[in-house]
Design a protein around this ligand. Structure first.
Ligand code: GDP
Ligand code: FE
Ligand code: FE
Length: 195
């Protein structure tokens, strides 16, 4: 699929070249898989497939930037200072969206919000947000015990896929005694917990 220019001024090859320059080969393969999965899920769930593919391609654009670069951006953009208590896994989404705006000149807020929410979700997610969140988890290069189940859900029931991913990610993080970002709990309460 060629790009229309509605979300990114250059063409697809130009965007991918800019992203490739920022990422290891391993992660570049990942974002290609996420972009393709986003494209497929967008067609299935009736949202703009070009917008979804671009969101998938850029979602981890900032993942390999240094902590110092993220900290500088948090200050430059007057983002909440509580972010300083977290690390790359939170920054590459929330702060990563600012790098995407500033360096790739993508300003579509729906794409940027999907990037911001791709790691821990949010209590309210648009269909595009859910597609990026789920595609990140099930793209073809992913391999973990529950991935086949997650894939079946992704292509059959997006809401159930969000629930499955949210629950399993939290279970995994708790099993390793990881610190849980509060928004991850809000996502859990909104999508997984019984009312
Ligand atoms: P990736 O960027 O494609 O590797 O995938 P994600 O953006 O979804 O996740 C990045 C990392 O953050 C993964 O290792 C997740 O397990 C981890 N992660 C997600 N939510 C939390 C959280 O609330 N706390 C902690 N400590 N890690 C989390
Ligand atoms: Fe990520
Ligand atoms: Fe990712």
């Amino acid at each position: 699929m060629e790009f229309s220019g509605r979300f990114y001024a250059g063409g697809k090859e130009d965007l991918l070249q800019q992203i490739k320059a920022e990422l290891s080969d391993f992660r570049y393969r990942h974002i290609l898989g996420v972009g393709q999965t986003c494209f497929e899920l967008a067609q299935k769930y009736g949202v703009d497939a070009e917008q979804a593919m671009i969101a998938g391609f850029v979602h981890d654009y900032a993942k390999e930037k240094s902590d110092a670069q993220f900290i500088e951006k948090i200050h430059a953009k007057n983002l909440p200072l509580d972010l300083l208590n977290w690390g790359n896994f939170i920054w590459h989404g929330v702060v990563g969206a600012e790098f995407i705006k500033d360096e790739l000149h993508i300003t579509d807020e729906a794409i940027l919000n999907a990037v911001r929410r791709h790691t821990v979700g949010a209590p309210f997610m648009t269909v595009l947000d859910k597609i990026v969140y789920v595609s990140d988890y099930v793209e073809p290069n992913r391999d973990f015990p529950d991935v086949e189940m997650a894939r079946v859900l992704a292509y059959s029931d997006l809401e159930q896929a969000v629930i499955f991913e949210t629950k399993h990610t939290l279970q995994y993080l708790m099993s390793t005694n990881a610190k849980i970002y509060p928004d991850a709990i809000l996502t859990y309460n909104a999508y997984v917990a019984k009312k």
